[in-house]
Design a protein around this ligand. Structure first.
Ligand code: ARG
Ligand code: ZN
Length: 848
């Protein structure tokens, strides 16, 4: 049964304050709750009180001290109106729960011997009876009784003694932001003084032995706090800020007020154990969760349909932050790679949904690339349309107007309308309609006037056959034939089905650079000659489009290899080599230019062009392309590797990371020519995880690396996070025909702890990232995935459902593969006792 946006009603009561007492025991935790309630004047009086609650044993229930005998049902508790005063009252409950048996990792559960919580989206109802909805915001007071030495909750610590602690959170919040942690933890601590002078104690809590791996996360936190003050004028608002790292976590991290809980993968790092990408992700996720303090916590969502209100905005903010800390050009390219790889894929398949959906069965299934990444893109477009000053004015108004409240997308758009005077009626369709628009471009040159004609096409998506025209900001620049920019970046606003834009006063027909900075999440459709792409790759002043030109060329070359057995284009090789060796360019950019399109991306591109992709052919073409690049660059590779050395102490900063990325890209190419000699030496000599892993991957890519894998395992077997990488690599780089066997071997190991989401993801989640292996014609990998999803589902439905998205691309492939995947989906659907999570996903994909 679906929940619908159209059915929204405010809650029957208002909830002002909550006092919770936890007596923690693994099998029998007692939770006492005192809720200060009153009839909601907006709804009137005489209404029943409905509280959510799942898997709770009700011990006692009282209203204003009077015991009541009311039996809960499967999803909660209804107290009939006639048992309630028509005035403020206190509702008391006591329930019993068993955190040790909670394998779904939602609500209160145990991980590595500690108690922890995950309440977003609807986990609080597994802790106590409560109106578990984000528009009910209350002040929480929490008492924890436990023999664990460290007892944490939201807000500020107010009192503690042996075996107990009390916390008080002065800021009203919805239940999904509640958190509790109890464990034998140690802190890596620091302090921060806010711009108005508040002294904040910062702690990152980890298990003993991990305290030496927190420095980068702490540094990232301090930089995030400073950045939000400078960039958005947002200051921290409590005396303490705690972060806890836990090993068993379904997602990346959670922004609970004053007590962020993190997957340990996104906290713990050292040069020896974490790659440059890991450091960058830690920085981004620490920032993301911290930024939620304002965009999510101080201003929250009215209901879960508004999830993008906090997630899109907070992703947008963390992207800005990472760009400021590192390189905006490189960050933008990486974000677009991810958007196309995950969100476009989602938007073009059976799981497509709007940035603001209007119905869901299980809200956990909507923590998607569309809500997060497309949600961020929509804000980027808004900022481009209203300008930096307009954006700032709108955000100031947003914080002013909605602080302390639960808001909607309508509220969000209203502040932009009020602050800038712009009508956003048409723009709003970006929130309500799914699908990736296609923008086709024609150009024309006559009498010294250059005309660009843009047209938009809006593909149908499940449940949305017809779309309204979008407002599409298309950033354009023009170059003259010498490569000089004659028209700097200008934003064209495409609002009609088709529109022409004229540029007069040009001496010669220009070369257009269209959709600079990827100014809108659309697919650009324009026939461009290879020569023109090579020209843009060489001359475009917009770094995103410079990269994009090379990317588009690489895809065209690869597509021709696959569909017409064309040889690798010499022109492309020469153009790529020029960029790779251009010392005037940022090494990180050069490394990105050398990264070939992935096989899934290529399959999507072929499908969009009307071909049925053959995964084996795509794999072969990519290998051939990599060999050709290696041959072209061969004479330069040793020099490139030597020239990109990073002497001195390891630093995860962007400059060093960029040099390592380029050096390791060169090493991977050299490995295709020297039989692996250089990579073996690099592996042996590596003193950091980035270089060690890069050398290992280079070897695995040529079917070598067995001794190095063994050495890696011997060295890192006690480190869970590093071993996750070891598991994953073998899945990602298995030869297509060997993939199923490799996965069977890995999953048979005693250290394949499949109940740990990180470990499960590193093997089963990686299956479909080995594109040619997953889509091997025998269909064995499809069945293997279905088997594991069905095994995980009863324990951890959320992660099972998420991993099932590997099947979402089935409509791209041939009839045999389609039938095999559909058979797997139907087998899942036919399984008795399937969770709502996996059931919804499988049904949507099968219907697709
Ligand atoms: N709000 C968290 C974040 O974006 C994500 C938590 C989602 N968890 C879940 N079970 N759906 O940082
Ligand atoms: Zn978030």
């Amino acid at each position: 049964t679906a929940v619908k946006l159209a059915d929204y009603q405010p809650y029957s009561h208002v909830l002002d304050r909550v006092a919770l007492t936890f007596r923690l025991l693994p099998q029998a935790t007692r939770v006492q709750a005192r809720l200060h309630l009153a009839p909601n004047p907006v709804r009137g009086s005489g209404l029943d009180l409905r509280l959510d609650g799942e898997n709770l044993v009700l011990i006692a229930l009282a209203v204003d001290g009077q015991r009541l005998e009311v039996q809960p049902d499967a999803t909660g508790l209804t107290i009939p109106a006639h048992l309630l005063p028509d005035a403020p009252f206190v509702l008391e409950t006591e329930v019993e729960i068993a955190p040790a048996g909670n394998t779904a990792l939602e609500g209160l559960y145990m991980s590595g011997g500690m108690y922890c919580t995950q309440c977003e989206a609807e986990g609080f109802r597994k802790i106590t009876f409560y109106p578990d909805r984000p528009d009910v915001m209350a002040r929480f007071h929490v008492r924890i009784e436990s023999d664990m030495p460290v007892l944490l909750s939201n807000g500020n610590p107010v009192a503690a003694g042996p075996g107990w602690a009390e916390w008080d959170d002065p800021w009203p919040k919805p239940a999904y932001l509640f958190a509790l942690v109890a464990g034998d933890l140690v802190a890596h601590s620091d302090r921060f003084t806010t711009q108005s002078g508040r002294d904040v104690a910062l702690n990152i809590w980890v298990r003993k032995g991990d305290e030496g791996f927190c420095a980068y996360a702490m540094d990232s936190l301090i930089r995030s706090m400073r950045w939000d003050e400078t960039a958005y004028g947002r200051e921290y608002d409590l005396d303490v800020f705690n972060i806890v790292a836990v090993d068993d976590f379904n997602m990346g991290a959670m922004e609970n007020k004053g007590l962020n809980i993190f997957n340990s993968k996104y906290v713990l790092a050292s040069p020896e154990t974490a790659t440059d990408e890991d450091f960058a992700r830690i920085e981004a996720i620490i920032a993301h969760e911290y930024f939620h303090n304002w965009t999510g916590n101080r201003i929250t969502c009215r209901d879960w349909f508004q999830l993008c209100l906090k997630e899109g905005l907070t992703v947008f903010r963390d992207q800005q932050f990472s760009g400021d800390m590192r390189s905006h050009a490189v960050k933008r390219i990486e974000d677009v790679l991810m958007l196309r790889g995950r969100q476009f894929r989602e938007d073009g398949g059976p799981l497509a949904h709007p940035v603001r959906p209007d119905a869901y069965v299980e809200i956990n299934n909507f923590y998607t690339a569309t809500i997060y990444e497309k949600g961020a893109e929509v804000i980027g477009m808004l900022k481009r349309l209203v300008g930096d000053a307009g954006y700032k004015a709108a955000l100031d108004l947003y914080f002013d107007r909605h602080d302390g409240a639960a808001a909607t997308i309508e509220d969000w758009l209203q502040v932009f309308e009020d602050a800038t005077g712009r009508d956003l009626t048409q723009f709003k369709r970006w929130y309500t309609e799914a699908g990736t628009p296609q923008v086709s471009v024609r150009d024309d040159w006559a009498d010294g006037v250059y005309t660009l004609t843009l047209a938009q096409t809006l593909p149908a998506t499940p449940g949305q056959p017809h779309k309204g025209l979008k407002v599409i900001p298309v950033a354009v620049g023009l170059l003259n034939p010498n490569g000089d920019e004659v028209v700097p970046t200008t934003v064209l606003e495409l609002t009609e089905a088709q529109q022409s834009f004229r540029f007069a006063g040009l001496a010669a027909r220009p070369v257009p650079s269209i959709l600079r900075g990827f100014s809108a999440p659309v697919v650009l459709d324009r026939a461009v000659s290879a020569a023109e792409r090579a020209f843009l790759l060489a001359h475009d002043t917009d770094p995103f489009n410079k990269w994009e030109a090379g990317r588009a060329l690489a895809k065209e070359v690869m597509a021709h290899m696959i569909t017409d057995a064309a040889p690798v284009s010499r022109d492309w090789l020469a153009a790529l080599a020029r960029v790779a060796l251009d010392e005037g360019l940022d090494p990180a950019f050069r490394a990105l230019a050398l990264r070939l399109p992935g096989e899934d991306d290529m399959a999507a591109t072929l499908a969009a062009a009307g071909h049925v992709p053959d995964p084996a052919a795509v794999h072969a073409a990519r290998q051939a392309l990599a060999d050709a690049v290696a041959a072209e660059l061969a004479p330069a590779l040793p020099g490139l590797i030597a020239g990109m050395a990073t002497p001195g102490r390891f630093s995860p900063d962007a400059a060093q990371a960029g040099r390592r990325a380029l050096r390791n890209a060169a090493l991977a190419l050299l490995t295709r020519r020297d039989g692996g000699a250089a990579a073996r030496a690099a592996f042996a000599a590596a003193d950091n995880m980035t270089d060690s892993l890069a050398a290992l991957v280079a070897l695995l890519e040529i079917g070598a690396g067995a001794p190095e894998l063994a050495a890696f395992e011997a060295r890192w077997q006690a480190d869970r996070l590093v071993m996750d990488k070891w598991f994953m690599l073998q899945v990602l780089y298995a030869a297509p025909q060997d993939l199923a066997a490799v996965v069977r071997r890995l999953t048979a190991r005693p250290d394949f702890d499949w109940k740990n989401p990180n470990r499960f993801r590193s093997v089963i989640g990686a299956l479909s990232a080995n594109h040619a292996g997953f889509h091997h014609a025998d269909g064995v990998a499809y069945d293997l995935l279905a088997d594991w999803l069905l095994r995980l589902d009863p324990k951890n439905p959320q992660t099972a459902a998420r991993m099932s998205t590997a099947f979402e691309t089935w409509p791209r492939y041939d009839a045999d593969r389609q039938a095999l995947i559909r058979r797997a989906l139907h087998r899942i659907l036919a399984t008795p006792g399937l969770s709502r999570d996996l059931g919804e996903m499988a049904a949507r994909m099968a219907a697709g």
